[in-house]
Design a protein around this ligand. Structure first.
Ligand code: C2E
Ligand code: MG
Ligand code: MG
Ligand code: MG
Length: 278
């Protein structure tokens, strides 16, 4: 009886693995079809300075699926990374970002703003990545210094030398780089000396704990000090309350992003705001 039960469990286990695999396969094919049909949407969220003035925006992707509704990045980016579809998605995001920057260029109010794009490790490993970036920038006629790439510490785990080389190439073009979700990775801090980035983004997990949790505050304070040492701008992400904002400002954080200031909204809405303001 025990054996029969074991086999039954095994069968159920196999079945659920199959279901899982099938779901992933169908999600992948839906996503591929969705991309062809133009279902990707780029949202963006403002980044503000210590006086709450907007200094830039971060692009955040969504997938508007007829079957699934508005899918957040967590629902398809991991799979897109595993299958390599992320490379195509990333190109699309970069195109959109440059389209936005080209529109801003004509507006005195916005021409100084930066637009940040999240970059997956997979994209960085494409052979001609920097040439592609250069080509898109040139085609849109934007200033490279308005474009910023956000990378997580995970890109530092494989082939650090190559990552440093690529970021240096981008920097030489004028493109900026940022370390996203900073403080959550396992990297040694010594790499910061060699890494051509201009910004650190304090992860939301520390930001949300900063008011009543001393260790989180200590981490935020340390990141600010690191920023000063290496001459990097320090941004706090996921700021939701006035209290968090004030605490972080007292700690010396340079810039802020979060629901307290604005929620992510479609980039085309931000462009409409611009037209109606002008
Ligand atoms: P991230 O780059 O760290 O982006 C910040 C995330 O925090 C966004 O989630 C944003 O909507 C959310 N957020 C902003 N302010 C607040 C706040 O005050 N409270 C809370 N609770 N959340 C806030 P989202 O849009 O779901 O994106 C999640 C992640 O997906 C991003 O984290 C980024 O790693 C990835 N991602 C988004 N767009 C892209 C993309 O175009 N390419 C790649 N490779 N990854 C992307
Ligand atoms: Mg980001
Ligand atoms: Mg982030
Ligand atoms: Mg984050």
């Amino acid at each position: 009886a025990r054996r029969a039960g074991g086999q039954r469990r095994l069968r159920l286990f196999r079945q659920s693995m199959l279901d899982d695999a099938q779901q992933r396969v169908s999600l992948v094919s839906e996503l591929r079809r969705g991309i062809e049909r133009g279902e990707l949407r780029l949202f963006s969220q403002p980044i503000v300075d210590r006086d709450r003035r907007v200094i830039g925006e971060e692009g955040l992707i969504r997938w508007l699926s007829p079957e699934r509704g508005l899918v957040p990045p967590g629902g398809f980016i991991p799979l897109a990374e595993q299958t390599g579809i992320i490379v195509e998605i990333g190109e699309w995001v970069l195109e959109e970002a440059c389209r936005v920057l080209a529109a801003w260029k004509r507006e005195p109010e916005r021409r100084e703003l930066t637009f940040s794009v999240n970059l997956s490790e997979r994209q960085l490993r494409v052979d001609d990545f920097t040439e592609r970036v250069r080509a898109i920038i040139a085609r849109h006629g934007i200033a490279p210094g308005r474009l910023k790439f956000e990378l997580t510490e995970s890109v530092l785990h494989t082939d650090l030398d190559r990552t440093i080389r690529l970021l240096s190439l981008l920097r030489a073009e004028g493109v900026l780089s940022s370390l996203d979700d900073f403080g959550t990775g396992y990297s040694s801090l010594s790499y910061l000396r060699h890494l051509p980035v201009q910004q650190l983004k304090i992860d939301r997990s520390f930001v949300s704990a900063v008011v009543d949790d001393e260790p989180a505050t200590a981490i935020a304070r340390t990141i600010v000090q690191l920023g000063r040492t290496f001459d990097l701008q320090v941004v706090a992400e996921g700021v939701e309350t006035e209290e968090q904002f004030e605490r972080l400002r007292d700690l010396g954080v340079d810039a802020f992003q979060g629901f307290l200031f604005a929620r992510p909204r479609p980039v085309d809405e931000t462009l409409r705001e611009l037209n109606s303001a002008g």
